[in-house]
Unconditional design. Structure first.
Ligand code: C2E
Ligand code: MG
Ligand code: MG
Length: 395
């Protein structure tokens, strides 16, 4: 079924277009966080027409822009009705046609200001496909909206020709992962790897993430092990009329957000937390594969020396380490920490080996450093790995 522009315009003018709200929830705590405004055409006989049935027709002309501004106005009115309760931010979908609207952010500011609302309560959603119009225009458009104090979300990421290059460059606040990326119920290993990488990538680039179209417990469980901030989907709530949304928000009046850092961790952020704790205690963490003669070092800026290479051949590293030790400690260190000896210690049943030596820092001063090598035998390979934790005893 398709509609003519005249029919849609008449619906707009007769106020038959109304706005539904779909709540978004914090992934780890399931608490309400924000909402997305989704337009519906409610005909006089009560039938509800979904946006998929008329938005593509409206997008053929500037009619879509009038619809989007109309929705923005309704959203502001909804937020005003909430002024005696917690106001959750609401995102509004804008068609790619707005990118060529010169004074977009001024117009948005004028509407929001006329209701005396703080700008961070409004988020602008734009699909990643809008970039094909003109990349630099698209980026400038986003920057100007953010400069006006609004948040910008990239909608439907993953539905088209998404690239990590896009994530790297787009100056947005939020990345909304399209439901098509969850199509295999997050049970397919390749799908999981792709999703995990997108979340990690987005976060390292300081973008928040939303997973859209979450319907099942399996999807939710998996997303909770990723670095995904918010969930939008039928598993929690469907788009609902304003009245229902307002009563949902008011029921949150008495609920406190989780403030316990551990309650809001995902597996990925808990890993970061763990690493941070370990690195504070042990500024040098060294992973070595004794069997393959390789190492990978994570060294914190406050260790005695900053010059530890980050990866390479284990035997070379030990040679270099000996050079920075006090002459009286060199022999003991070389005997204990050479690869052959460590493998022998492991074979004799030792769980770890430790040593205290004096090491010369970058400032030329010797300090006592304790190094403990823990042996790890992987279940999946024959390699003998050590995890070495080193710290300055005088700190
Ligand atoms: P969208 O912006 O990506 O909105 C999310 C769509 O996913 C909504 O469809 C929502 O109902 C649906 N959805 C949410 N959770 C689930 C789930 O768990 N499972 C499934 N299967 N679907 C879920 P809706 O409301 O039909 O809107 C469709 C699209 O129409 C929107 O996609 C958006 O692109 C467009 N649209 C809606 N309102 C507006 C508007 O005011 N202006 C513009 N320009 N476009 C709009
Ligand atoms: Mg959207
Ligand atoms: Mg979407």
């Amino acid at each position: 079924m398709s509609y003519t522009p005249e029919e849609i315009r008449a619906a707009l003018e007769n106020k038959e277009l109304c706005v539904y709200y779909q709540p978004l929830y914090v992934t780890m705590t399931s608490s309400l966080k924000s909402a997305e405004a989704l337009v519906r055409w409610v005909k006089p006989d009560g039938t509800v027409v979904s946006p998929a049935a008329f938005i593509p027709d409206a997008e053929q002309s500037d009619l879509i822009m009038d619809i989007d501004w109309y929705v923005t106005d309704i959203v502001c009115r909804t937020l005003v009705k909430q002024n005696m309760m917690p106001q959750f931010p609401i995102s509004v979908n804008f068609s790619r046609r707005h990118i060529r609207e010169k004074d977009f952010s001024e117009k948005l500011s004028a509407i929001v200001d006329s209701y005396d609302l703080p700008h961070p309560l409004i988020e602008v959603e734009i699909t990643e496909s809008a970039m094909v119009e003109d990349e630099s225009l698209f980026y400038d458009w986003i920057v100007s909206i953010r400069e006006a104090g609004f948040s910008v979300a990239i909608d439907d990421f993953g539905s088209g020709l998404s690239s990590l290059q896009f994530v790297k460059n787009v100056p947005a606040d939020v990345l909304k992962i399209d439901k098509s990326l969850l199509s295999n119920n997050c049970e397919d290993e390749k799908e999981r790897i792709v999703l995990e990488s997108i979340f990690t990538f987005a976060h390292r680039l300081h973008m928040k993430t939303v997973a859209e179209g979450v319907e099942t417990q399996e999807q939710l469980n998996f997303l909770r092990s990723c670095d995904c901030n918010k969930i939008q989907g039928f598993i929690f709530a469907r788009p609902m009329p304003e009245e229902d949304y307002l009563s949902l928000c008011s029921s949150y009046l008495s609920r406190d957000e989780a403030t316990d850092i551990l309650q809001v961790q995902s597996q990925a952020s808990a890993m970061n937390l763990l690493m941070e704790v370990v690195m504070r205690r042990y500024p040098l963490v060294l992973f070595s594969n004794l069997t393959k003669n390789t190492f990978y070092a994570m060294s914190y800026e406050h260790f005695t020396v900053k010059s530890c290479p980050s990866a390479g051949v284990y035997d070379d590293l030990i040679k270099q380490g000996i050079g920075s030790m006090h002459p009286d400690d060199r022999e003991r260190f070389a005997e204990l920490f050479n690869r052959e000896n460590l493998l022998k210690e492991y074979a004799s049943g030792k769980q770890d080996v430790r040593i205290v030596t004096r090491q010369k820092g970058d400032d030329g001063v010797y300090r006592y450093v304790e190094t403990v090598d823990y042996f790890v035998k992987s279940k999946y390979s024959d390699d003998i790995i050590t995890i070495a934790l080193a710290h300055n005893l005088e700190d």
